[in-house]
Design a protein around this ligand. Structure first.
Ligand SMILES: [Zn+2]
Length: 159
C-alpha cells in the first residue's frame, strides 16, 4: 500500500507539533526517508488513513513531527439498479457514492430490440438525440442499435 500511496501523492506537508495545522510544503522523499530509516531511528513511523475518501493520510514520525499526505480523491462509485419489470417499463435507479440520484440529472436510455432483428425505423430512432446527450453516450447507443439491426437483410440500409 505504501509504495502505491507514494506514487500517487499530490501534496505532502510537514507538521511540527499539535498547533501546526497548515504545515509546510515538503516532498514525498523527505517523508519517506523517515519511513525507510525507521530501523536506524528507533521507533517506526506510523502511516494511517485520516480520510480515505478524500485521500488524506498521515505519516507520524514521533509526538512532534508528522507529515500529511494527499492523493487524488477517490472517484465516483456508481451503482445502477435495473428493474426489468416484465409487465411494464424497465426502471433504473442510479446511486452516486451511495446517494440516490434522481430527477432530471438521471437519464436512462433503454435499448429493447425485442425478439428477432429490429427494423430500420427502430435503429434510426436510436440514432437521434437531443443535443444534451453526451457524444460518448450517443456513440454507445448508436453502436448497440446498429449491432442489433441486421443491415445485411435490410433494403433501406446502404450496402
Ligand atoms: Zn436498415
Amino acid at each position: 500500500m505504501l509504495a502505491q500511496l507514494r506514487a500517487t501523492l499530490t501534496r505532502v506537508t510537514r507538521h511540527n507539533g499539535f498547533r501546526d495545522l497548515d504545515g509546510t510544503p515538503a516532498t514525498a522523499d523527505e517523508a519517506w526517508e523517515h519511513w525507510d530509516n525507521a530501523d536506524t531511528h528507533g521507533k517506526p513511523a506510523i502511516v494511517r488513513e485520516l480520510d480515505p475518501h478524500a485521500g488524506v493520510y498521515e505519516l507520524r514520525v514521533n509526538g512532534q513531527l508528522r507529515y500529511e499526505l494527499r492523493r487524488p480523491a477517490a472517484g465516483l462509485r456508481i451503482d445502477v439498479v435495473v428493474d426489468r419489470d416484465p409487465d411494464g417499463q424497465t426502471g433504473v435507479t442510479v446511486y452516486a457514492n451511495g446517494a440516490r440520484a434522481t430527477g432530471p440529472d438521471v437519464r436512462t436510455h433503454v435499448l429493447d430490440p425485442g425478439a428477432g432483428g429490429p427494423d430500420h425505423a427502430w435503429m434510426t430512432g436510436h440514432l437521434q438525440h437531443d443535443g444534451s446527450v453526451p457524444d460518448e453516450v450517443q456513440a454507445e447507443i448508436a453502436a448497440l442499435a446498429e449491432d442489433y439491426h441486421r443491415h445485411r437483410f435490410c433494403a433501406q440500409c446502404d450496402g
